[in-house]
Ligand binder design. Sequence first.
Ligand SMILES: Cc1ncc(COP(=O)(O)O)c(C=O)c1O
Length: 379
Amino acid sequence: MIPFNKATVTPLEEKYLVDALRNSKLSGDGKYTMKVYEELRQRFGYENVLLTTSGTTALEMTALLIDLEPGDEVIVPSFTFSSTVNAFMLRGAVPVFCDIREDTFNIDENLIEGLITPKTKAIYCVDYAGVPCEIDVINEIADRHGLYVIEDAAQSIGSTYKGKFTGNLAEFSCFSFHETKNYVMGEGGAIVFNDEKYLDRAEIIREKGTNRRQVLKGLVDKYTWYDIGSSFLPSDLLAAVLYAQLERYDEIMEKRVSIWNAYHEGFAPLEEMGLLRRARVPENVTHNGHMYNIVLPSDMVRSGLIDHLKSKGIMAYICYVPLHSSPMGLKLGYKPSSCPVTEDMGLRVLRMPLYYDMSEEDVALVIRETSGYLTGQVK
Ligand SMILES: Cc1ncc(COP(=O)(O)O)c(C=O)c1O
């Protein structure tokens, strides 16, 4: 059986978890959370970073921090996870779905300006498959129109755009450390902002609207209610798991990228035969090996290949069902034709298994079975 995804857990994660249980706090902001912040600061240069209970709640925090209000419009790709959009819809803001680029499946930066109205407040862009979006262009449009840019970097930790790590590219970035991501803490995430002015309020929002964090920092002796907020602070036990993962940063990154490269090489002959399209990565970015995608000629070929791989114990996954044509998207008045590239790719993209413990033999088997099916050698 080759699962679609599997987290890597070693004795190091166990060691830190047990140490956190015995010697740290069970609630948040204990010694492992602080170690994670230091690690993220040193490795990626994040000065203002807070761990959150998920990538979803990191996104929800951004909607609170930029004071989105009912009726505000937010430009967002439809080819994303529901969390990107729920985050601001919970504040009453309205999604304006933008189509994607055919190569990266990221928001098509050339279409953004045409969607801006006097009600537009923000652009939520997504680094699909860990490949950063064309952020310079997006930031430049946002600057000209006075909009916020929030990068949903749930999948792109460690990726770079023009030599800079994600998390340093937009005003806000949100990461996920969910079990399915490259570096995991079970359920968890982080919000990073480039301007320190957001820090105090972000800490309050993350702590149920109180200034409890200031008590922990020894700045005040009692805490009270300052703002709206929620329970967005993760347990230090989970931070201990993440800290172990970050200590293994290079080995995890190298292994994932090597599997990605093996797929890329293995699928080259199929691309030459016109049987699939391989993943595409623009020259100005590097990726973190989060996902390997192929694009098949049709929905039917994709379904057939999924079934064939499943019969061999290999789990491949269809990525996203576009949000604009999902039941909720239709309820909001969108039509499948609103984002034609998204609609088309939503039917043809296939995500191959990729995880740290995947052996070379398993990768070779996935390539072999895919080749066999697509060249008609097996049914
Ligand atoms: C693009 C994107 N945004 C947001 C999320 C939400 O992250 P989490 O599962 O940590 O809440 C995910 C994770 O699945 C994602 O892939």
